[in-house]
Design a protein around this ligand. Structure first.
Ligand SMILES: [Ca+2]
Ligand SMILES: [Ca+2]
Length: 125
């Protein structure tokens, strides 16, 4: 779960950042999903997820291929809830929503910096 926290901000959530609302996070995620779906079949495959993460950067440093593969696996396994080996947009949105709710402690639909910190702490226990 510790890695998942760092991963989700990368994948689901270039959108799930401080002050983002759930609606705006979902809209950004939709664009992110389409951009990641390299073969445009409407699903994310494991390699597509890994490739996308490999193209992202975490702050100043980019994600190395080994790390990208590991993060991709973590994200993929968390997102593919029906275990059919591909992640639909609905599955990915569910993961985003679950993540958002976990961060949004006071349930006001916004992720405040303090809530991010609290989520980070709870996940690293
Ligand atoms: Ca695809
Ligand atoms: Ca699936």
């Amino acid at each position: 779960m510790k890695q998942l926290f760092f991963l989700l901000p990368l994948v689901a959530a270039a959108p799930v950042v401080a002050q983002d609302t759930q609606a705006s996070a979902a809209a950004k995620f939709r664009r992110e999903f389409r951009a990641s779906d390299a073969d445009k079949d409407g699903f994310l495959s494991r390699p597509e997820v890994q490739a996308r993460i490999g193209r992202m950067s975490a702050g100043a440093k980019s994600v190395d291929p080994v790390h990208a593969k590991r993060l991709g696996d973590l994200w993929f396994d968390a997102a593919d809830s029906d275990r059919d080996g591909k992640v639909s947009e609905a599955e990915a949105q569910r993961l985003l929503t679950a993540t958002f709710k976990r961060y949004d402690v006071d349930g006001d639909g916004r992720i405040e910096p303090g809530e991010r910190e609290a989520a980070k702490k709870s996940l690293s226990k």
